[in-house]
Design a protein around this ligand. Structure first.
Ligand code: SF4
Length: 384
């Protein structure tokens, strides 16, 4: 599927850093497996939504569902997570006094605001002058909030353009359902305020389309996984903040400074790994990265023909029972096989969580402080 240069999902990024969309457009797609997993989950979510709202005979639904299940990226939890989304759609449907007009995976065109801008809205429901847009998010690393969310507002502007004439829309409620982060949020705006916002971003959108303006660093670089981070000079300049601790006395850092340096060093660590990944790809493509080359990493010996090797062992008289180990699958594999719900119903009583090794974390981390005495006690208990 083709994507708009000014995609709604990246709006937070290109509205803040106007050259980013053009800069990213010349780089290869790196989304990989998680994007494919997301597409599959959306396919299933759409199938279930259509069955509920538009009706579908059981056979057709089962055939389509089985096709999705046969995809190697399908996991049992996808069924549960898409159920959460469809249950939420049913709740939204109940907000209307009569059955709303409902469409799914619909193209919305917001090119009157951002040049050549379009996107796909997961779910749109309209009735009684109220437009609802529900976005299903399958990500599990960055929690996305609906309040004042530019992606959702662009979808809404596209939907208004498409449906306002027919439905005389007054208010819009935007919803995000992100089951893997137990995150559901919604936000309402009236048409006038939405259109005012749309007008206000037109000049910036034009700059983003032209690729003009300055690179501006902020939370959007990481939360939107900007593909330019490895080589973006503005992103790199942030690393210089650590130099403020140089050329000072006393000659060793105070503990206060160590705390501040740790925060800055976390950014440097992340940047280094992005840089390393970039250089590895470039070198493997035959490009020259001054002073660096690719070498073979450590590898372990392996049989080139395991059947023949084991045959030789058997022929030599070694008993088969000595050649094979029966190893139980891991707890994580069990959970993937049964899904979170099935796992919890069947095995919750048999699961313990021993204390983890001490690790440092910023003070904002929601976990409790490590307590060595409690950890010793828990260790003794689990050894009983
Ligand atoms: S890394 Fe950040 S500053 Fe650099 S182009 Fe991307 S969004 Fe802009």
């Amino acid at each position: 599927m083709s994507h708009a240069l000014l995609s709604a999902s990246a709006a937070d990024k290109w509205l803040h850093c106007t050259p980013s969309a053009r800069m990213e457009s010349v780089l290869p797609d790196t989304a990989g497996e998680s994007a494919q997993e997301g597409s599959l989950a959306h396919e299933l979510a759409e199938l279930k939504a259509r069955r509920h709202f538009h009706g579908m005979d059981k056979g057709a639904f089962t055939r389509k569902f089985n096709k999705i299940k046969s995809n190697e990226l399908y996991i049992v939890d996808m069924d549960h997570d898409t159920d959460t989304y469809v249950e939420y759609l049913k709740d939204v449907e109940m907000m209307f006094s009569s059955k709303p007009y409902a469409v799914f995976e619909t193209k919305v065109d917001y090119s009157h605001i951002a040049p050549e801008g379009f996107g796909t809205a997961d779910s749109i429901m309209i009735g009684g002058g109220h437009l609802h847009i529900v976005d299903f998010k399958y990500g599990k690393t960055v929690q996305v909030d609906c309040v004042d969310n530019p992606q959702m507002k662009l979808y809404a502007l596209g939907a208004l353009k498409k449906y306002d004439l027919l439905y005389d829309i007054k208010d819009i409620t935007l919803h995000i359902v992100q089951p893997r982060m137990s995150n559901i949020s919604s936000w309402t705006i009236n048409c006038e305020n939405l259109n005012t916002w749309g007008e206000s971003i037109k000049p910036v959108s034009q700059m983003a389309f032209d690729g003009s303006g300055e690179c501006v660093v902020g939370g959007w670089c990481d939360s939107h996984f900007c593909k330019c981070r490895a080589t973006c000079r503005a992103y790199m300049e942030r690393m210089q903040r650590v130099t403020q601790f140089m050329d000072k006395l006393p000659p060793v850092l105070t503990d206060d400074e160590v705390g501040q340096c740790l925060t800055l060093a976390a950014d440097i660590k992340k940047w280094y790994s992005l840089l390393e990944k970039y250089a590895m790809t470039a070198l493997l493509e035959g490009k020259n990265i001054a002073g660096w080359k690719v070498v073979e990493g450590r590898s372990n010996r392996a049989f080139n023909d395991i059947d023949q090797a084991y045959k030789a062992l058997s022929v030599s008289g070694i008993d088969e029972s000595l050649l094979y180990k029966r190893v139980p699958i891991t707890l994580t594999d069990c959970e993937i096989m049964l899904g979170k719900k099935g796992f919890s119903e069947m095995l919750a009583d048999y699961v313990v969580k021993p204390p983890g090794k001490p690790t440092i974390a910023p003070e904002s981390d929601p976990r409790k402080n490590y307590n060595p005495a409690m950890a010793d006690f828990a260790g003794l208990e689990s050894n009983k």
